[in-house]
Unconditional design. Structure first.
Length: 468
């Protein structure tokens, strides 16, 4: 009775205490489970963010590599285009023909003087007549050398600006496309993830109250919808692909039309700086570099310096060189695309319009002009290193100085070389810059330009600019 009375007296307290302990324990267990799940989700989120960052970094690096490989393919095309107006090899061949003609003439005179047989004299005479039949024989040797001087320098300046501009345009195009492709894929993944992961309570309630649908009817309906969506998605994908290919094809303008403005400026300024020099005139490497630097500086002033009072309708010169005016865009597309692709663009060119508008803004930006100037400056440094090394190898004469100590103390910059030697070295430098064929991927000039920090900074800015 005592025990029963004790239990009855404390029963409510015991039950309340037990319920409280059970509640605290269960609440703690649930809280611990929720905290562990939250921590797991946070860890998963951090891991996903790190993965996304690495993926963005890898894709960015791959895009810059793709741009360099694209340049390996485009530079040989530029080389073929330049040959039509700036065929320096033809002038060199004519000079070699003149040299061969003089040698044959001397041999012929020696043969006549030595009283050789008429058969020998006839063969020499025929060879001489063949040499005389070349078209450039009408020009004198001095005229050919002067032509080589001007054309080699004009071609050098044209190559410097054309390759630099082509690299800038290629980087802009590929980074804009890569960012667009990444953004589309990221949005798609986010939408799919959100739609495939409903809330826990929502899915639990739906699983209770919803009746299972007819399996066969549901399968047929889903299959029909997926087929329709697949066809629509394929059409959208095809249209987007054609728009992107059309966008990339606009490099045709620079390769076939835009570079002519570089040539025109170079012709005027090279004539101003080097026109009065004869092939036999001598100057040091430093003097040659100063003259060439003035040419490039004047071209920069014409192209890269934005006027203070520029109207809205007035376009930046570089933009007109890299991209055609809107009234010429259709002409470029007709040169580069097949009829089916053109028809597709007639139906929908929204993507192409967006890409061109963004590229136009990038090309005219101060950042792009600074990068282009940096590329030109680096190309100048490459040129001077190549020319200095080349003239030193080709020059057979040694500097004459009575004072042996002054000869030992003199630097290479004090040694003077004939202008003709600089002309030949400029031709060789152009050949080095425009390497093609199996050696195109060993183009040290392209690799040097591709590695300047300013170009990578601009590419990163364009690639990460999701505001567009």
């Amino acid at each position: 009775m005592a025990r029963r009375s004790l239990w009855q007296r404390h029963r409510n307290k015991v039950l309340f205490s037990s319920a409280t302990v059970a509640f605290i324990f269960s609440t703690g267990a649930v809280s611990l489970y929720l905290i562990k799940k939250w921590l797991w989700r946070q860890q998963l989120k951090i891991t996903e963010q790190q993965f996304v960052k690495e993926q963005i970094k890898r894709r960015f690096t791959q895009t810059q590599q793709d741009a360099l490989y694209t340049m390996y393919e485009l530079v040989p095309v530029l080389s073929l285009v330049l040959v039509k107006d700036l065929n320096v090899d033809e002038i060199v061949g004519s000079l070699k023909g003149k040299k061969l003609l003089r040698k044959l003439s001397r041999d012929f005179k020696d043969a006549e003087r030595d009283g050789l047989s008429s058969g020998m004299s006839t063969s020499v005479t025929e060879a001489q007549a063949t040499a005389n039949a070349t078209p450039d024989n009408a020009r004198t040797k001095a005229e050919l050398w002067n032509d080589l001087k001007l054309k080699s320098l004009v071609k050098l300046c044209t190559v410097i600006y054309s390759v630099s501009s082509l690299l800038l345009l290629t980087r802009l195009q590929l980074n804009i496309l890569a960012r667009r492709e990444y953004l589309e894929s990221a949005v798609k993944v986010a939408v799919e993830k959100k739609s495939s992961t409903p809330g826990f309570f929502t899915s639990w309630i739906n699983s209770i109250w919803q009746t299972p649908p007819n399996t066969s009817q549901a399968f047929q309906k889903e299959n029909s919808v997926s087929t329709d969506l697949s066809e629509e998605a394929q059409q959208i994908r095809k249209s987007s692909y054609i728009n992107e290919q059309a966008f990339l094809s606009f490099s045709w303008w620079l390769l076939n039309r835009g570079w002519l403005q570089f040539k025109s400026l170079a012709e005027k300024l090279v004539e101003r700086e080097f026109g009065e020099l004869n092939p036999r005139d001598v100057l040091s490497v430093e003097d040659f570099g100063e003259r060439l630097s003035r040419v490039l500086h004047s071209i920069n002033k014409e192209l890269l310096v934005q006027p203070q009072h520029q109207s809205k309708d007035e376009k930046q010169p570089v933009k007109q060189i890299l991209l055609p005016d809107s009234n010429l865009e259709q002409f470029v597309l007709q040169q580069t695309l097949d009829p089916d692709a053109l028809k597709q663009l007639y139906d929908d060119n929204t993507v192409l319009r967006q890409l061109l508008n963004e590229t136009s803004k990038c090309v005219q930006s101060t950042a792009s002009l600074v990068v282009l100037e940096s590329l030109v400056n680096d190309a100048f440094q490459f040129t001077m290193l190549h020319v200095e090394e080349s003239v030193a190898k080709k020059n057979k004469r040694k500097p004459v100085d009575d004072d042996a100590s002054s000869v030992a103390a003199s630097t290479a910059a004090d040694v003077k070389f004939q202008m003709a030697l600089f002309s030949v070295s400029c031709k060789g430098c152009c050949d080095e810059m425009l390497k093609s064929g199996v050696v195109s991927m060993n183009n040290m000039f392209l690799q040097r330009l591709d590695s300047i920090p300013e170009l990578d900074d601009l590419s990163a800015s364009v690639y990460s600019n999701f505001g567009f």
